[in-house]
Write a new protein. Sequence first.
Length: 276
Amino acid sequence: MARTVTPARKLTFTLLAWGVGLLIFFPILWTVLTSFKTEGDAVASPPRFLFFDWTLENYAAVQERSPYVRHFLNSIAIALGSTLLGLAVAVPAAWSMAFQPAKRTRDVLIWMLSTKMMPAVGVLIPIYLLFRDLGLLDTRSGVIVVLMLMNLPIIVWMLYTYFREIPAEILEAARMDGAGLWHEIRHVLLPMALPGIASTMLLNIILAWNEAFWTLNLTTSKAAPLTAFIASYSSPEGLFYAKLSAASTMAIAPIVIMGWFSQKQLVRGLTFGAVK
């Protein structure tokens, strides 16, 4: 028997959801507000929430000090490049595991996921030396390959889960009609799994956009994305909180806007196959 949701219970859950949402959103709001403060107001005690001298000088200083556009273009190239390369590798792998499983398929999936538990710093030195010898330091292609490999287990797992929800009989019917492997994947599998693929792509773009460890250690200037742009405001002389907040706001704004406009697609993809 279904449990009746009383108005009081519904109101409680609504207020709880709003409370959690505001708690998560507050650091972003505080960062944006701090970006419009002077350095004195940014470190004032007690903190000044709305009553302070609003200024745009931090954004002007950020633009003068660092080439924001170059970092922005690097972030776009790295995020999209690692995502598309990851999908090119993960789609055939997930298709094989979902529709042509072997005896050890589950073990392989678990092993792939377990690699995410290894601290990145544990493989930093060999990867750095390898990139140095191959001439890939401070290059977009080098960062793209690293981020693709770092996020590949998540991409494969997500696509594998989505592909498992597609009836195998549909693919068998396509084969009986004479469809080859490429046509089966391109014309049958990918259109049916499009919501899941889109959500996987969006999630990987967010992960690549926010990645800081590898971008800070493998880039210096030419291929440095927005994460390095933010880190440049931490110096031996101290932290410039207002300017750091302005740089952070400029760095997160594109990905926040993208997430806002694609939230329906993201939620749809993440719940793909959850309800039949």
